[in-house]
Design a protein around this ligand. Structure first.
Ligand code: PA5
Length: 446
């Protein structure tokens, strides 16, 4: 169950929310009827109860094979083609997954930058280990991941025969088109499908996320069940569901000039959920010169950096804290006879209860500083709760985007840098643009 707590927020009242209600009514109809802007990308809405069971079984058996025949899984993908999987794995096992995992392959995410150093480092980590690869790209042509895959293929071709590679390379891409699909068909790699009607940032519950997640040993059935339970609850609560209320609150804050949302968690394992959240809301809402800039922090870590700005800087922020409602099993602060550090007043307290006091203290301090906080609570750190949380954010994002007046499912802005980069790299067919851009660049001091 995902809880939303917001009645402590002073700067937004019932009238502010009521004013947005007509827009929510329209947003709700677009979501339920799947007939709003970007309707062709709303396959994620029913996915938790309407997914391809045969494909799901294939994902599980591929994951089992990888867990048996590999020490390392390289996951190649960028944006929606890696953030969800990484977020889930780190949320469940922490960023120390590769060091603490038992009987599961190490998992490295590459192809999400143009860093040659990173590529070299990860490839060197594969030496002497049995390696499998999951290359993920809906378009099948994204340059960062395509180049990384070329490097990795060359490396693996030096270690395995063509036949062996069929057991080690898995592609997740469009069912018919794209260079990756062609390559998979030609080479005989096992291929998983990203449904046409699900965009990258909404794809974590498809093979895109599920295969790497299953390789980590996580229970993908429970993840889907959590998403399905959340879907049922949200739609049963009609307009007054928590995801819609969160969407209304975000838009009410925006109307009051709060155009930055800081997603905060007091659990370092949530760091990549923050990255996933930023992509989800940033790409869905940041268009037509509109939107809320999503940022993310981990507290108390970032209370010692961005905390100063959140407390006291330009008053453009609101905060959303994601927290676990059930107390975590945590170590207890030991007693120390000498008590030189004067910490014995905390002896016997769990780290979790100290963290909770940090949360409460910060909540009050930030409210005093003018930064108010929406609280989103999930029950526990497990697959089911995470499935719920993911689906909650999906629905909130769709509703929030429609209330804002944008198409939440396209990302026209992502194309701009690519066109320039291709031209500057000399991609055939972009000669004219290359000359134009190079002329423009002479005005820059670089
Ligand atoms: O959400 C999106 O659509 C994007 O962020 C994509 O996931 C990202 O650009 C990667 O695209 P592709 O999966 O086609 O390689």
């Amino acid at each position: 169950m995902i809880n939303l707590k917001y009645t402590h927020i002073k700067s937004i009242n019932k009238t502010d929310l009521d004013e947005l209600m007509p827009l929510l009514v329209k947003a709700d109809a677009k979501i339920r009827n799947k007939n709003g802007e970007g309707a062709e990308y709303t396959g994620w809405i029913d996915l938790p109860v309407n997914y391809d069971k045969e494909e799901f079984a294939r994902i599980k058996s591929a994951a089992k094979r990888i867990r048996t025949n590999s020490d390392v899984l390289l996951v190649i993908g960028i944006g929606g083609s890696y953030l969800g999987a990484r977020a889930v794995i780190e949320f469940l096992y922490s960023s120390y997954y590769n060091q603490t995992k038992k009987d599961s392959p190490e998992i490295y995410f590459i192809g999400n930058s143009f860093s040659g150093d990173e590529l070299n480092q990860v490839i060197s980590l594969c030496e002497g280990k049995r390696v499998s690869v999951n290359v993920i790209s809906k378009s099948g042509t994204t340059t960062e991941s395509a180049i990384a895959f070329r490097f990795v293929r060359k490396y693996l071709e030096g270690r395995y025969t063509k036949e062996e590679l069929k057991e080690r390379i898995y592609t997740t891409t469009d069912k018919k088109s794209g260079a990756l699909k062609t390559l998979a068909d030609e080479e005989g790699y096992e291929s998983f499908v990203i449904p046409d009607d699900i965009g990258g940032r909404f794809s974590v519950l498809t093979a895109v996320g599920l295969l790497p997640i299953a390789v980590s040993g996580a229970d993908i059935d429970a993840l889907m069940e959590g998403a399905a339970a959340c879907r049922e609850n949200l739609f049963a609560d009609n307009l007054y569901n928590n995801a819609y209320t969160y969407a209304l609150l975000r838009n009410a804050f925006l109307k009051k000039g709060k155009f930055v949302e800081v997603l905060a968690s007091y659990d370092p394992s949530f760091r990549f959920m923050g990255e996933w959240f930023k992509q989800l809301f940033g790409e869905s809402e940041g268009k037509q010169k509109k939107g809320i800039l999503p940022a993310s922090v981990i507290f108390s870590t970032d209370l010692h950096s961005l905390g100063q700005f959140i407390q006291d800087g330009s008053p453009v922020l609101f905060e959303t804290v994601c927290r676990q409602s059930v107390s975590a099993k945590n170590p207890v602060v030991p007693n120390d006879e000498k008590n030189t550090d004067k910490l014995n007043y905390l002896a016997g307290e769990t780290m979790d209860s100290i963290n909770n006091k940090a949360f409460l203290g910060t909540l009050l301090a930030h409210a005093d500083g003018g930064t108010e906080t929406i609280i989103v609570e999930y029950s526990e750190k497990n697959e089911f709760s995470l499935g719920e949380l993911i689906y909650f954010f999906f629905i909130a994002c769709a509703a929030s985007g429609y209330i804002l007046g944008v198409n939440p499912f396209d990302q026209p802005g992502v194309e701009a840098y690519k066109k320039n980069m291709f031209a500057l790299l000399g991609k055939p067919g972009s000669e004219e643009r290359k000359a134009e851009l190079e002329k423009k660049l002479t005005l820059f001091d670089i």
